[in-house]
Design a protein around this ligand. Structure first.
Ligand code: BGC
Length: 717
């Protein structure tokens, strides 16, 4: 029901709620200024054990609260909702928000990991399940999906998004919005450009041109709006001096006028108050005025709208019409969610068996095989002795990742447990922790080396703690932390073949491993089924199909590095000193966007453009024959990139425009048809208007952003 309603939200809500538009108007007409500003007031639960505090309950009773977040559990949300709908003068229900980022209790892979699946249907399914679990706990509104494009792995929040590509990011944004909104409202965040934090330092300023903003950073937000997202969250960053939580160009011109967004905008945590340290407001009233008039409807946690705006409205410095518009957006959202009719929204959580099965499947799809020399993987389940080593090998909390809401370590299957469950009793599995994640003690090395010496293969599970990525988790060095690399080198020196299983929330620089370790598997933070999904891949029950949603640099000095860069006037030339390059490292990344291996191999042939001369209103049709040339069934992610050869504005060397996940049996071939609307070849021209310019294009179809068969086409007038 909610889903139908939300899908239609961009136009008209189909839900015949008990409160009609006229009734909302008359409700507004009856509200005092305090009650109006109360609807714009959002606070984090300040009571014990996930409850609202007494002060907050009093605010609800006085009609001075629009919603609460971080109230945990259906009983606690019902307690305060009851006060709002039975004891307040106007009986307006509250919204209950929570950061349900990649699962509520059942923790799924972090969004960056899930993005590696290149599977929007999977992302929709996990969001749906997370939304239902959250709804059963009284939650009506999540602060997800985070859709910030990120090109800098030093920035810890790269873990929460879909990586560097606006096309993949847009598909996943829309899918997650649809998934969440089957049960609760979604919030697409952080509007906008927050992922471009300079030097990867959290909360730092950004300097994004309007063209790059529109072409790279905004598309996933637009996709979410088109999918009917209920709310947007304004970001912490300032772009070129204009903080996002007081940026009328973003929250009014683009969002409401161009995109016709009908939902509401919530600030990030105290980001209204932060207009003061940003230096664009001299005090709370000015900060509140600036944010509200820019189009930020709801004030998260600053209490500035509630406390400081009444005087400004009374004196006419803020027109009542501005307040009324914001209030109506909140009331309409509550109506659309059905809260007036059903303020408690009782729901039943899905059975954990089914969510765990989904978690295992999606975790398996999220794993990326980075290297597999000499077919080291998959391992034989009957290997006589296996050493499982590393600080993350038998670790329950860390696979939950940086933002696991109600995820519990006790629910996690560790990699060691997953491996033990996979192999027969005759296989000896030896475990040694070896080191901590960050500490510098090498005292455990000897035990690890001894285990490796006795084993036929050593599996090292290394990486980051969950909280080393996510919010406020920027790193200046992105190698393996602590002494883990030394541990890896010490184990590799035994001569026992090594499989490196990475667990982390960002691309890491792993040059030594990439050169010396035969097999490397990227597992991100996979959630509760981390161990089972990893073992599924290590032993070949699942053939890896994940592809990198973000570039892995060779070294820190290459950052920012991303596949859809422009060519420059002096592109790399091996024999040309005066070309764009470094003296000490190649330009190329260690692993490019879109890259990932399989236990089988795929061949691409006969890339053909069916209609090599298209008009701006046409759809480009490209066919390619894909063959599984190896000996196992496997899934390939066939990727289509374009390059606009000559345009009025320099275009990226490649842009992803389509992809298909295709499963083929050994020797099976299939001719795929990939389509790109010519409109999607457009860009923002010299006058900053979107244009599809006539001219020659190249199209590449292949297994990553760095490979592919080429064909040509032309856009004609
Ligand atoms: C984060 C948001 C989050 C909010 C509420 C902020 O610190 O930036 O992403 O939704 O807190 O928890």
């Amino acid at each position: 029901m909610l889903h139908r309603c939300i899908t239609a939200f961009v136009g008209l809500c189909l839900c015949a709620g008990p409160v009609s538009a006229q009734k909302l108007d008359s409700l507004l007409a009856r509200m005092t200024l305090d009650e109006k500003l109360g609807q714009l007031n959002l606070l984090s639960a300040a009571g014990e054990n996930g409850r609202a505090s007494n002060d907050q309950i009093a605010l609800a009773r006085a009609g001075k609260l629009g919603g609460l977040f971080n109230v945990i559990g259906a009983e606690n949300t019902a307690q305060v909702q009851r006060v709002a709908v039975t004891e307040s003068r106007l009986k307006i229900p509250l919204l209950f928000g929570l950061d349900v980022i990649h699962g509520y209790r059942t923790t799924f892979p972090i969004p960056l990991g899930e993005a590696a699946s290149f599977d929007p249907e999977a992302a929709q399914a996990t969001a749906r399940a997370a939304g239902l679990e959250a709804a059963a706990a009284g939650i009506s509104w999540t602060y997800a999906p985070m859709v910030d494009i990120a090109r800098d792995p030093r920035w810890g929040r790269i873990a929460e998004g879909s990586g560097e590509d606006p096309y993949l990011g847009s598909l996943l944004a829309a899918a997650r919005v649809r998934g969440f909104q089957e049960n609760i409202f979604a919030t697409v965040k952080h509007f906008a450009g927050y992922g471009a934090a300079e030097a990867g330092r959290e909360y730092n300023e950004t300097e994004i041109s309007e063209r790059t903003m529109r072409e790279i950073y905004l598309p996933p937000f637009k996709a979410a709006v088109d999918a009917g997202v209920a709310s947007l969250m304004s970001a912490f960053n300032d772009n070129a001096g204009v903080p996002s939580s007081g940026n009328a160009w973003l929250t009014d011109t683009v969002l409401r006028r161009e995109w016709r967004f009908k939902g509401f905008v919530v600030s990030d945590w105290t980001s209204v108050a932060e207009l003061i340290p940003h230096g664009v407001a001299g005090g709370p009233s000015e900060a509140g005025r600036r944010a509200l008039t820019a189009g930020v409807d709801m004030d998260m946690q600053s209490s500035i709208y509630m406390d400081s705006l009444p005087a400004l409205v009374r004196s006419g410095r803020i027109p009542m019409a501005v307040v009324d518009s914001a209030v109506m957006r909140i009331l309409r959202a509550k109506q659309r969610l059905g809260l007036f009719k059903d303020p408690y929204r009782p729901r039943t959580a899905p059975a954990m068996d089914s969510t765990r099965a989904l978690a295992r499947r999606v975790a398996g799809e999220s794993i990326v095989l980075l290297k597999n020399d000499g077919s080291t993987l998959p391992l034989d389940k009957n290997t006589s002795a296996i050493a499982v080593i590393g600080p993350l090998a038998d670790n329950k909390p860390e696979p939950l990742g940086p933002w696991h809401t109600m995820g519990q370590p006790e629910d996690v299957v560790t990699v060691l447990a997953g491996i033990k469950a996979k192999v027969p009793a005759t296989t000896q599995v030896m475990y040694a922790q070896g080191s901590g994640v960050e500490d510098t003690s090498t005292a455990g090395f000897a035990e690890a080396v001894a285990a490796a010496k006795q084993a036929k293969v050593a599996i090292l599970v290394l990486g980051e703690r969950g909280e080393m990525s996510g919010e406020a988790a920027s790193r200046s060095m992105i190698g393996l932390p602590g002494v883990q690399e030394q541990l890896l080198e010490a184990v590799a020196a035994t001569g026992t073949p090594v499989v490196l299983v990475l667990m982390n929330g960002r691309p890491l620089t792993i040059e030594w491993a990439a050169e010396h370790v035969p097999a490397i598997v990227e597992t991100w933070f996979l959630g509760v089924e981390a161990g089972n999904a990893t073992a599924d891949v290590l032993f070949g029950d699942v053939n890896p199909s994940g592809r990198l949603p973000v570039t892995f640099p060779r070294s820190l000095g290459q950052i920012p590095i991303y596949y859809n860069h422009r060519n420059t006037g002096r592109p790399f030339g091996a024999n040309n000193k005066f070309s764009s390059k470094y003296l000490d490292i190649p330009n190329t990344p260690r692993y490019p966007f879109g890259y990932g291996l399989s236990y089988t191999t795929f061949g691409y042939r006969d890339v053909k453009v069916t209609n090599p001369r298209i008009r701006a209103t046409d759809t480009l049709v490209v066919s390619v024959t894909l063959t599984n040339t190896g000996s196992r069934e496997g899934t390939e992610v066939a990727q289509l990139y374009v390059r606009d050869e000559v345009a009025s504005v320099a275009r990226p060397v490649r842009e992803l425009k389509a992809f298909q996940r295709v499963t083929l049996k050994p020797n099976e071939s299939r001719t795929l048809t990939l389509r790109v609307a010519a409109q999607d070849l457009g860009f923002y021209g010299l006058n900053m208007k979107r244009v599809v310019e006539p001219g020659a294009f190249r199209v590449y179809v292949g297994p990553s952003s760095a490979e592919g068969q080429e064909a040509r086409f032309e856009v004609v007038r």
